[in-house]
Write a protein that binds this ligand. Structure first.
Ligand SMILES: [Zn+2]
Length: 280
């Protein structure tokens, strides 16, 4: 099946020099300025993610199964903004239940020392996908060129830990319908980026279930569990947005129960690429 919905939508980041980073004291000399971590914040996430990918998967599967048959139930656990100190606990929870997930990674001064976890995740069978190098909205959404330069930089930084040329999926920081980008790149930048992504052969994806764990206020593990399971009720196909950033340890705590809930409700775990492949 030709996956055509992307077609319905109508890529200069200048690196600071190593000298700057030397002053800032960052190990690999990436030269990014210090300051608050630039990660997904709850208020910047789109409230209306683009779910047409899931609808396309559903339409495809519905030609193969019928009625109340739950054999087609799928869940993709996805983790944004890592790797971080939280990632080992996430990997451990996934390994304990023998399920695969997808990691939309970042690579900047905040998580530089955790990047080897990417290799560990990939070797464990998880999918490594792209999120952003800097994750700074004011930078990546300045222009389409700025966005793609950040992606190129991310791939460069991942190269020691993963086969960056084999990565096919990406998730736009804030989601593909975010509005935070407008003040930097104008109202049409996300539609333009989605078109360009498809033209460049990228598989981009949002979500339809949100753990809301990127909230500034830290959630308890039980609140993360509630958000995920409550948000999944009645859905046969779930793409679950969670985070494995330094501040989301309770998400890792909630993960065993979340996995159990999906298993008890008949879901099969898969990566984003595996779900895309069902459209092939
Ligand atoms: Zn993010």
């Amino acid at each position: 099946m030709q996956f055509s919905f992307f077609r319905a939508h109508g890529a200069v980041r200048t690196l600071l020099l190593a000298a700057v980073s030397a002053v800032a004291g960052f190990g690999l000399g990436w030269g990014l300025s210090a300051g608050p971590l630039a990660l997904c914040r709850a208020e910047d996430l789109t409230a209306a993610p683009d779910t047409r990918f899931l609808e396309a998967v559903a339409a495809q599967q519905d030609t193969n199964v019928s009625g109340e048959d739950t054999a087609a139930r799928r869940v993709c656990l996805t983790f944004d903004d890592g790797p971080s100190k939280t990632t080992p606990a996430v990997l451990q929870a996934l390994a304990a239940e023998n399920v695969s997930a997808t990691f939309f990674v970042v690579a900047n001064e905040s998580n530089e020392k955790h990047l080897p976890l990417i290799q560990q995740a990939q070797q464990a069978g998880h999918e490594i996908a792209l999120h952003s190098a800097s994750h700074k909205y004011s930078d990546i959404y300045r222009s389409t060129d700025a966005f793609w330069n950040d992606i190129d930089l991310l791939r460069e930084r991942l190269a020691p830990y993963a086969d960056a040329s084999a990565i096919r999926c990406l998730r736009f920081p804030g989601g593909s319908t975010n509005t935070v980008s407008r003040k930097y790149g104008g109202s049409g930048i996300m539609a333009e980026l989605k078109t360009q992504a498809e033209q460049r052969g990228w598989r981009w994806v949002d979500w339809n279930v949100c753990a809301e764990d990127a909230a500034g206020e830290k959630l308890s593990a039980s609140e993360v569990y509630y958000n995920v399971t409550h948000g999944s009720e009645g859905l046969d196909r779930c793409i679950v947005l969670m985070h494995d950033s330094a501040t989301t340890g309770t998400t890792a705590e909630a993960l065993p129960d979340i996995i159990r809930w999906y298993k008890d409700n008949g879901y099969t775990f898969c990566t984003i690429s595996q779900l895309y492949d069902e459209l092939a």
